[in-house]
Design a protein around this ligand. Sequence first.
Ligand SMILES: Cc1cc2nc3c(=O)[nH]c(=O)nc-3n(C[C@H](O)[C@H](O)[C@H](O)COP(=O)(O)O)c2cc1C
Length: 324
Amino acid sequence: MNAAIESPPADRRVTPAWTPPAASLALEFCGMHFASPIVLLSGCVGFGEEYTRVAGFSNRDAGAICLKGTTLAPRLGNQPHRVYETPMGMLNAIGLQNPGVDHVVRNILPELDFTETRFIANVSGSTVEEYVEVTARFDDSPIDAMEINISCPNVKEGGVQFGNSPEMSARVVAACRKVTRKPLITKLSPNQTDIQQNAKACIEAGTDAFAVINTLMGMAIDTRTGKPVIGNRQGGLSGPAIKPIALLKVAQVSEVAKPHRVPIIGQGGIVSANDAIEFLLAGAAAVGVGTALFYDPLVCPKINRGIAGYLAAQGLANLAALSA
Ligand SMILES: Cc1cc2nc3c(=O)[nH]c(=O)nc-3n(C[C@H](O)[C@H](O)[C@H](O)COP(=O)(O)O)c2cc1C
């Protein structure tokens, strides 16, 4: 017998130490395969190319990327200042600066590498008709899904005016639903009285998922001039300062969405794996990372590793087991 392949006697065999199988971070979200629960948030990654020049950054570290809010016609956005750092957060009032949906579909989408991750359009508008038209044009494109932004606090018409009324929110969702079979994710506003009532109306109107939450309205004043710092007077507050509010809104929306199996992308101030896990425990299926990228563009692999480590430590094989 060949000594090299001879098995050692049974009493001398060494049992290798048991290592738990690596927990899977992949998930199915509205029929889409996400390699990670992280979704890079609209307005914080441009049109998917913003950070790809940063050494070490990869779109593959995110399960999906939401593109900048897109309207029917190009928009120049608001007067400066458009961003202002606040304690544990930032105010922004970009004003939906974008090149218009036709430019995005014709010139930007063909440049994106759809093998890297899923790409989600952020549909914005001032009228129901505009939301419908933008949705229809993205429907006729390779985009994977659409997020209906009825919660932008930084434009004079539309945006949060729709998102703060359950009836108007439902009208926008129902109208967009008629022109696409792609997944529709409704982005809810925290600037409203009863987010659960709004979520119920959107589910009845046919939304497939929710993004919870958009920014909170805020303001800063320059005491030297006595005038608001932000050119638009008010802006949307994001970052760690809003996390406890966002977490509560996710838990509230989850109560009405879970029975209908409508998943949530929880977001608002996530900067670490622990933050992300809190959102997953509150009922989110996926987690958004936005403002954190301004501090640390390489935060995603750290969050992925932290979630995987947590699942393994809990003896859970995957993310679904966390909410089971
Ligand atoms: C500079 C900036 C621009 C944004 N633009 C958009 C936008 O175009 N559409 C949208 O739905 N949300 C927009 N948002 C909101 C984010 O997508 C996200 O919902 C919010 O910032 C909360 O997450 P965060 O605290 O992790 O940033 C923007 C946020 C920031 C900071």
